[in-house]
Design a protein around this ligand. Structure first.
Ligand code: ZN
Length: 331
């Protein structure tokens, strides 16, 4: 009798081993290979200068980032490629990557004063931390400014509309103390600003003028509310990025988050989130918030700074020539 025999149990054990060991290994290899192939299928990017000289072609996003960081071509050359008219490669590139016509878009004619000079190249500083604070100015901003002063650290504030005298005064303080102001959003209502590219531009322009009128400074960098790619802007984020890039603005997401926007955030959770994430980071763009309800964040900032200094990091503010850390490249 085979069933119930020693041979039967041997075979049974083999069968079970195959199912619990070999099948998962096989599946892992299969999916890992597939993932690798998906990564390889990044759309090529071709960069041409204004005189149509080919600077680089068939780049993957990784090659592109690498060349960009080495200064092999400038953002202006990229913008020229995106910007130039006629049936050239840049027009194709633009359509391919943004699925929109590169010219005669009504929103491109809006706000002719909403342009800035794009950087000629990006730089990368190793072992550097960029602290960034979103959703201010608020009463919490001043305390953060004082802590930053104490350690002689410069940071970046992506601001929202706060027309109170205190709000405008804080914007001036941010500038006076040598930090960078970036645009976040005037109304910070995702349902409004991500309705269309027009709606995004309207809100951006309002925030831009709010900062300009209060400080005399024209912001050159910005951060999307919710990050550059979020569930509210899926259908239009590429068009917004293209339009803001065309206007010379550089945007920054983050690679380290304190997760302090969460209502359950505590001193410990914010501190640990950041320290853990900076462990092996060569440079860190840290997302924190200085909105009116972010008192907990204020209590963490000084300890974070102390610990990160101890780990050998230096701090800097973002300027538009710092190589962006972003979620949604123009792939
Ligand atoms: Zn925000």
């Amino acid at each position: 009798m085979y069933f119930g025999s020693v041979r039967f149990f041997k075979h049974l054990i083999f069968a079970v081993l195959i199912v619990i060991i070999i099948v998962p290994i096989f599946l892992s290899i299969f999916f890992a290979t597939r993932l690798k192939n998906v990564e390889k299928k990044q759309a090529p990017i071709i960069i041409k200068s204004k005189t149509n000289d080919e600077i680089a072609k068939d780049l993957t996003i990784d090659d592109y980032c690498e060349l960009f960081s080495k200064g092999n071509f400038t953002i202006e050359q990229l913008l020229n490629s995106l910007n130039s008219t006629g049936n050239d490669i840049s027009d194709t590139l633009f359509k391919k990557h943004f699925s929109v016509e590169s010219k005669d878009l009504d929103y491109q004619k809006k706000y002719p004063d909403l342009y800035t000079k794009a950087p000629t190249q990006f730089s990368v500083k190793e072992k550097t931390i960029y602290l960034s604070f979103d959703d201010g100015p608020s009463s919490n901003t001043r305390q953060i400014l004082d802590i930053l002063d104490k350690y002689n650290i410069k940071a970046t504030f992506f601001v929202v509309g706060n027309e109170s005298e205190q709000g405008k005064e804080l914007l001036r303080e941010i500038v006076k103390r040598g930090h960078t102001i970036g645009i976040h959003s005037y109304c910070h209502n995702y349902n409004i600003i991500y309705q269309s590219v027009d709606a995004y531009l309207d809100d951006f322009y309002r925030d831009y003028n709010y900062v300009l009128n209060a400080t005399g400074v024209k912001p050159q960098i910005f951060r999307f509310p919710g990050g550059s790619v979020n569930s509210y802007n899926q259908t239009i984020y590429k068009q917004i990025i293209a339009e803001m890039c065309r206007r010379g603005f550089v945007y920054y997401d983050w690679n380290i988050s304190g997760e302090d926007a969460s209502p359950t955030a505590t001193w410990t959770s914010i501190y640990n989130n950041i320290i853990k994430a900076t462990k092996n980071a060569s440079r860190g763009l840290i997302l924190l918030h200085d909105g009116p309800d972010k008192g907990t964040t204020v209590t963490v900032v000084e300890d974070l700074i102390k610990e990160l200094i101890k780990s050998g990091y230096t701090f800097d503010k973002l300027t538009n020539d710092v190589k962006p850390i972003i979620f949604g490249y123009i792939d």
